[in-house]
Design a protein around this ligand. Sequence first.
Ligand code: CO8
Length: 258
Amino acid sequence: MDNLKFIQVETDENIGIIQLNRPEVLNALNRKMVNEIVRTIEDMDRDEKVKVIVLCGNGKAFAAGADINEMAQDSAIDLELLNQFADWDLLLQVKKPMIGAVHGFALGGGFELALACDLLFAAEDAKFGFPEINLAVMPGAGGTQRLTKLMGKTKALEWLWSGEMMTASEAEQHGIINKRLPKELVIEETINYAKKLAEKPALSVRFIKEAVYKAVDDSLLEGMQYERKNFSLLFSTEDQKEGMKAFMEKRKPQFKGR
Ligand code: CO8
């Protein structure tokens, strides 16, 4: 994607890395920036060379929320007509693994962006929260839904009503993050993890992701039927033949991602 103003994009081997880049305002997310993030993720999702997508912050924060200056004067009608959340909905369709490397503040829309990732690695200094209540609003890009699915109604309400920030250790206890890491290592270690994940057979990785989100959203029966279809479908891949043959021949498999 050309003309990226608010993010930096690079690849390291087959890992696509998106770094939020408005450090002077703690990476506050304006609409153009969200659009840049989502379009870049979509491009990476279609790029066969990219296997895993990593999102990270820059400066003092992952992201301290939506850009308050941009939206302060908006009316409800403005928001409706802007349809800005359509960008956020596209994140639900990403097939490849997305991993967030969070340091510093991940607040409001920044926390919502982190929660849109499949896995989260956080620095010891990470602070997560939904301070929207203190602005007399509420999360609008999935925060109430994703937080509740992760930690349950009772705890989610407590955090959303208080607007307080949770530490990395609290986020770990609530099952929000996968791992806590020293601040100076969080991006590097996340990329290392992503590289290991990128070695796995890509279609298994993809279908497992789809099936797990079915478990989050659908009934057990629907989820199990979906899982079974994906399980069967993987038997049409070259990687499945190779993986099982390699096991029987007692050697390391050579996966192609198809
Ligand atoms: N929007 C705009 N500017 C911001 C934001 C923000 N969310 N957060 C920080 N900044 C700016 C500050 O205004 C300041 O700018 P300046 O230097 O020009 O005064 C600069 O970043 C540095 O910030 P601080 O001086 O305040 O830094 P501190 O270390 O003292 O404080 C805090 C850090 C506690 C994070 C503080 O900046 C803060 O409270 N920020 C606002 C947090 C917040 O309320 N976030 C929620 C916003 S609402 C929201 O996210 C709704 C989501 C809706 C859907 C998503 C759509 C994208």
